[in-house]
Design a protein. Structure first.
Length: 250
């Protein structure tokens, strides 16, 4: 384990871990913006208890935050991570990636990154957030199981060159730090506008699998909370990320 990073960031690099989420949790009450990075994860996890393939070459990390913001703004926190990844990809490669609500980044219609925010809540406020970010960076698509290869991509596949993992990580963290300060200050509406400008799905039709039903509708807007508003045949529906099993553009 090695500590690096600009003075205001503590970044710990590990080799093989189960999940950076668990490692981050085990650190206890560390400084805000402490970051745990792994070269490889054996038990990487995604949303809804799904597994997350984390071969060497990817960028797998967890940031520890203490936002103390209302739990109703949880979706914005996830979206700020996607926004930071989209910006980092554009800065480093010139490629245009998009935020896929609620917790993914897509490049050329394929998933390139995913976000998992595990939060502790006290009195309706997020007291701690373990912000897990996985970016398919420097590996070939063959490193993923066959069933994922037409749905996912990597930056190596799309850009054709290896990208320095630390440089890329610091880019994401710097972007996120800037947006996070605005988020802490309550500038939700301003952030929502920036997020929307990087979402391809506004004005498009989506099909959504919820816990009990599937709905299809036109994406109208993003609420100030980060919830998505769609217009379905049943009228307007406000979607909260925790209820979404699957969402596809059609
Ligand atoms: C998803 O798309 O469902 C979210 C994937 C989140 C993966 C990252 S990789 C770093 C951190 N550690 C984990 O076990 N998961 C997150």
């Amino acid at each position: 384990m090695e500590e690096v990073g600009p003075r205001d960031l503590k970044i710990y690099f590990y080799d093989v871990v189960d999940s950076t989420q668990d490692l981050a949790r085990s650190l206890g009450a560390v400084e805000e913006f402490t970051v745990v990075v792994a070269r490889e994860q054996i038990k990487g996890r995604g949303r809804l208890g799904r597994g997350w393939y984390s071969p060497p070459g990817g960028l797998w990390f967890t940031i520890i935050l203490y936002p103390k913001t209302p739990i109703s703004t949880y979706a914005i926190l996830c979206l700020l991570c996607s926004l930071s990844i989209v910006k980092a990809i554009e800065d480093v490669t010139g490629l245009k990636a998009h935020i896929k609500w609620p917790n993914d980044v897509y490049l050329k219609n394929k998933k390139i990154a995913g976000i998992l925010v595990e939060s502790d809540v006290i009195d309706e406020l997020i007291s701690r957030a373990l912000v897990g970010i996985g970016v398919n960076l420097n590996f070939q698509i063959e490193s993923l199981p066959e069933e994922l290869r037409d749905k996912a991509t990597t930056l190596l596949e799309e850009y054709g060159e290896t990208i320095d993992r630390e440089v890329f990580l610091i880019k994401i963290l710097k972007e996120l730090k800037k947006y996070y300060e605005e988020y802490r200050a309550g500038a939700y509406q301003k952030l929502v506008e920036v997020i929307k400008s990087r979402m391809e799905m506004i004005g498009r039709t989506v099909s959504v699998s919820l816990d009990q039903e599937d709905v299809t509708g036109l994406v109208k807007d993003l609420e100030i909370t980060g919830n998505l508003i769609i217009e379905s045949t049943r009228g307007e529906i406000v979607l909260n990320p925790s209820k979404i099993k699957k969402l596809e553009l059609i």
